[in-house]
Design a protein around this ligand. Structure first.
Ligand code: KMH
Ligand code: ZN
Length: 277
């Protein structure tokens, strides 16, 4: 087995397969049903992803946090491949905290935990401090590793405070979501600032939105972080050309990483890197 020093260099690729907002009309290859999500996850795992970030949808494509649908998704993924399933507790804007929390009791390996509120398109993605505390407590109770979602730099300041007072498990894993209209810009300067504020020993992933996906992924590889790609954040392969699949986006990052001297992590190696095993 690889020693820790070796695997520390490996890159964790997260595939954000579906999201809550993208439609089939925008991206015809969007996986919606649990079976489609399972198939997309297996393709992404084969292309180099070690985590899949999943959102559930009703058959008509509208977002849901129904625990039964998440259970099906987890089963459909696990029967096809070994990959870490990270469920969304963000859901869609306007859902209640209780609704959003429902799938955590399925005890997935990971779940997202948003560290504050942010304008989201023409809406507000609301995460009150009391709700963040409730989400963190539920994840702790069910043995779920949180990924701290940072949409703006103040959310990292909040996470630092909460980590310092022991309100979040440490070391934490962060996802810097950069380029949401209403959140922080996807620029190298913004990422450098976040890294200067990253608490000691923590790990990080970067997710660039839209055209920022590829440049931010490249910085994630170069600057020792990890990378999230997929249709939730970006539906294009390049300007004016839709991606054919989530796996196509994952495969590009895996190729880039190899060229830049970083091997991609398996799911088992990702668990070790994130302190889950
Ligand atoms: N759909 C966004 C409002 C998450 O998955 O944790 C929130 C979101 C974050 O996608
Ligand atoms: Zn999400």
């Amino acid at each position: 087995m690889a020693d820790k020093g070796h695997i520390m260099d490996k890159l964790i690729i997260t595939a954000a397969l579906t999201g809550a907002e993208v439609t089939r009309a925008q991206q015809p290859a969007l996986p919606i049903t649990p079976e489609e999500i399972g198939i997309a996850a297996a393709e992404c795992a084969a292309a180099g992803a070690s985590i899949v970030h999943v959102h559930a949808r009703h058959p008509d494509g509208t977002p849901t946090q129904d625990k039964a649908v998440y259970r099906e998704i987890i089963d459909e993924v696990h029967k096809r491949c070994d990959v870490i399933v990270q469920i969304s507790t963000g859901g869609a804007v306007g859902m209640t905290p209780q609704e959003r929390l429902a799938p955590v009791s399925l005890q997935p390996e990971m779940a997202t935990l948003s560290m504050g509120s942010v304008n989201f398109g023409n809406d507000v993605f609301l995460n009150r401090p009391d709700d963040i505390a409730l989400f963190a407590a539920e994840m702790r109770a069910h043995g779920v590793k949180p990924e701290l979602e940072i949409f703006d730099s103040g959310m990292l300041a909040t996470a630092r405070r909460w980590l310092a007072k022991g309100s979040l498990p440490s070391p934490a894993h962060f996802d810097f979501v950069m380029g949401v209209p209403g959140g922080m810009a996807a620029t190298p300067q913004a990422l450098l600032y976040l890294l200067s504020e990253l608490p000691q020993g923590c790990t990080w992933t970067v997710a660039g939105i839209g055209p920022a996906q590829l440049p931010m992924a490249t910085l994630g590889i170069l600057w020792g972080g990890h990378v999230r790609v997929g249709f939730e954040d970006n539906i294009h392969y390049r300007k004016g050309e839709l991606a054919q699949s989530n796996a196509q986006l994952v495969a590009r990052v895996a190729r880039l990483a190899k060229e830049l001297g970083r091997e991609v992590a398996t799911a088992q190696e990702a668990r070790q890197l994130l302190g889950m095993r």
